[in-house]
Design a protein around this ligand. Structure first.
Ligand SMILES: NC(=O)c1ccc[n+]([C@@H]2O[C@H](COP(=O)([O-])OP(=O)(O)OC[C@H]3O[C@@H](n4cnc5c(N)ncnc54)[C@H](OP(=O)(O)O)[C@@H]3O)[C@@H](O)[C@H]2O)c1
Length: 210
């Protein structure tokens, strides 16, 4: 699969390493020129590009940038693409966003509203970057770590599910994007390693925002 990664920080790098390990072709971009990624891409075995080029190159695009910057990425770059939304809202970093503070929307719904032609799947937001490459095994257990996803496009979700399984995770499909609040920052499942049964139960117990 051709994977474009917009955001070459902690999440982008970890995801790139996991994807390359599984034989995928990866192009990674930051907010600057590709030459600033020379050492990183050389050590990973990835291509470097502008964000627009990473989007054009890919079937699947991971967006992993500070949430406050998502509108800097033009929606037309991602029309028809599977867009993995790994982003979280941190007011101390992103500033106060009334729609989220008032629980009138969720981060992924805001992303989907901006990238209206993309097939948005919420995933890789509720795991620490350094745990993406861990093979998904729970410490001291034979069980695989479970990972939640949400999205409205079933085919797109299947692609992301396949990637997560390749990375070693059990996938828990939470439903449509509107259910993504169940694993947003601050929810009980956020960044806590769990097996499938425990994650499913924890997600079900989260009360609706509305
Ligand atoms: N860190 C974690 O463990 C973790 C886990 C799950 C989810 N998340 C979420 O994932 C997102 C990324 O987190 P991170 O920790 O990886 O961030 P980070 O280490 O701060 O890296 C952010 C990256 O985004 C790039 N960027 C910013 N604006 C851009 C733009 N307009 N176009 C292209 N690239 C742009 C930056 O480029 P420059 O280098 O050029 O500035 C940088 O490479 C955040 O929303 C975060 O909340 C983080």
């Amino acid at each position: 699969m051709k994977i474009g990664i917009i955001g070459a920080g902690m999440v982008g790098r970890a995801f790139a390493a996991a994807a390359i390990k599984q034989g995928h072709e990866v192009m990674i971009a930051n907010s600057r020129q590709p030459d600033t990624l020379y050492s990183l891409t050389k050590s990973l075995g990835a291509k470097a590009g502008l964000a627009k080029e990473a989007a054009e190159f890919a079937d699947v695009v991971l967006l992993a940038i500070p949430f406050k910057y998502y509108e800097q990425i033009p929606a037309e770059w991602l029309v028809g693409k599977v867009l993995i939304d790994a982003n979280n809202y941190y007011p101390e970093r992103d500033g106060q966003i009334a729609l989220l503070d008032n629980k009138e929307s969720t981060t992924s719904e805001m992303i989907a509203s901006h990238f209206s032609g993309a097939r948005v799947v919420k995933a890789f937001n509720a795991i620490l970057a350094e745990e993406i490459l861990g093979g998904g095994k729970l410490a001291g257990s034979e069980k695989h770590r479970a990972h939640p996803i949400a999205g409205d496009d079933q085919q797109a979700k299947k692609s992301v599910e396949h990637l997560l399984e390749q990375f070693g995770f059990e996938v828990i499909d939470v439903g449509n994007l509107s259910e993504g609040y169940r694993f947003e920052r601050g929810s009980p499942a956020y960044c806590i390693p769990m097996d499938g049964a425990m994650l499913r139960q924890t997600l079900e117990e989260v009360q609706s925002n509305n």
